[in-house]
Design a protein around this ligand. Structure first.
Ligand code: FES
Length: 87
């Protein structure tokens, strides 16, 4: 299991913490929305609108859990913090 912490920069607080299965094959946009987080999108995850940005530069619709696991191993953080500008 991978522990995620979603931090809103606009509110300056942790919005939600939750765990996800490492074998979940959905993109992060779907996972965050599945966790009832209002992540913006107007291209339905096709990678065009750039509204689903997390951590200042990552398109959540283009990132899978395996990518997050790679990041978490590099930075050795638990939980893995995801920042969203407008939350
Ligand atoms: S949802 Fe449009 S770029 Fe990710």
């Amino acid at each position: 299991m991978l522990e995620l912490e979603v931090y809103g920069l606009a509110s300056a607080k942790v919005i939600k913490c939750f765990t996800i299965d490492e074998n979940d094959n959905r993109d992060l946009l779907k996972i965050l929305r599945g966790a009832q987080l209002p992540i913006a999108s107007s291209c339905f995850g096709e990678g065009n609108c750039k509204r689903c940005v997390i951590c200042s530069e990552i398109l959540s619709c283009q990132v899978k859990i395996k990518d997050l696991l790679q990041i978490s191993k590099i930075y050795d953080t638990a939980p893995l913090r995801i920042t969203v500008d407008y939350l």
